[in-house]
Write a protein that binds this ligand. Structure first.
Ligand code: 5GP
Ligand code: MN
Length: 340
């Protein structure tokens, strides 16, 4: 975090403040971990923070320290709106523009509070008084650690903070394997373990708690895998019926797209998931090397993310969405074949 931003933050936090800490819609381990970690830190400085999420999140995150105090906008709209009206500061974490919070966008835009952004996504919007944005960072959780360090408050690291930050770094780096994992990431992880984060237990809580239905749904997804060698591309589809037949719960399809990307010679992978309730097809995109799925998602699906991991949505039917996807690929043929 640069000197000017650090100075601004120090001034903002120089007296006790009412603070709301917000993550993106469909919050993942990094969104929940960074918001909770930051919230514990702000509390230790004498502030009054509340963590607010646009909607609910998967059960495999519901053991994280502090999770029971998270306010969910979709469930408690009035309470959330009142909180936003009264608050002094709003920290937005792990997202780059206010259209990433679903229905929470309107009350957020109406708020007269001072905004601070901490985020590692591409193309950050300019709505905050203090912006700590760095696309080179593995995770927003890593950035919360840097945030504490920049304020000279690293000694406030507790087991609760360490556990939250470790979780988000682990999930956003694919357990420390993506190229966003730097020597600094590992140095921070070492300090989080020293502060009490239990890496083995955290991994187990996140990844070894699958329901039998989820494993069967993975079987369906793998069966639906289509490989297009000409474009070094692979994709998976899941219909609403396939989800319903397997007692689908939020988060159940997390990570499925990585199986498509794991195929030898595949550099671009997608999963298309039908959502009849929202009347959309939600997609996750992944890539290897320098093929930018952030650009792909922005250009075709009103989405975004990072170079190698992005998402978006389509309001067409599942079939149309997939057919359109296939029809776009020839434009990227050269680029895809140049990756390795
Ligand atoms: P996932 O595919 O795991 O849901 O998301 C991958 C990355 O893309 C995450 O960093 C996530 O925040 C971002 N992302 C997912 N869906 C969207 C979207 O609809 N719009 C934007 N701008 N980013 C998205
Ligand atoms: Mn993240």
């Amino acid at each position: 975090m640069d000197k000017k931003t650090t100075q601004t933050v120090k001034e903002l936090l120089s007296k006790p403040q009412k603070i709301v800490v917000i993550g993106h819609k469909n919050p993942d381990g990094d969104a929940i971990g960074s918001c909770l970690g930051l919230s514990f830190f702000l509390k230790s400085l004498g502030h009054s923070p509340t963590v607010l999420m646009p909607n609910d999140f998967p059960d495999f995150l519901k053991w994280m320290p502090g999770v029971d105090d998270i306010l969910i906008y979709e469930k408690e709209k009035q309470k959330s709106t009142e909180l936003l009206e009264k608050t002094d500061l709003i920290f937005t974490l792990d997202f780059n523009s206010l259209d990433r919070v679903g229905d929470l966008q309107e009350p957020l835009e109406k708020s007269e509070a001072i905004f601070m952004m901490i985020d590692h996504h591409q193309q950050p919007s300019d709505y905050a008084v203090a912006t700590f944005s760095d696309v080179g960072m593995s995770s927003t959780c890593e950035m919360v650690f840097h945030f504490m360090d920049a304020l000279d408050e690293k000694e406030r690291l507790t087991q609760e903070i360490a556990t939250n930050l470790y979780t988000g770094i682990m999930t956003d780096t694919g357990s420390f394997r993506f190229s966003s994992t730097t020597p600094t990431t590992h140095r921070i992880i070492a300090q989080l373990i020293e502060a009490g984060a239990d890496g083995a237990l955290i991994y187990q809580n996140i990844y070894d708690t699958n329901s039998p239905e989820r494993m069967k749904l993975l079987g369906v997804a793998l069966n639906n895998l289509i490989i297009l060698p000409e474009f070094k591309t692979a994709y998976i589809t899941l219909t609403q019926k396939e989800l319903d037949d397997h007692d689908f719960k939020k988060g159940d399809t997390e990570g499925f797209v990585n199986y498509a990307l794991s195929v030898d010679n595949v550099v671009f992978a997608a999963i298309f998931i039908e959502n009849k309730q929202e009347n959309i097809v939600k997609m996750s995109l992944r890539s290897k090397g320098d093929f930018s799925v952030n650009d792909f998602a922005r250009n075709h699906y009103n989405g975004g993310g990072h170079i190698n991991a992005a998402g978006g949505k389509s309001s067409q039917s599942l079939n149309k969405t997939v057919n359109e996807f296939i029809s776009i690929l020839p434009r990227y043929k050269q680029e895809l074949n140049d990756v390795f």
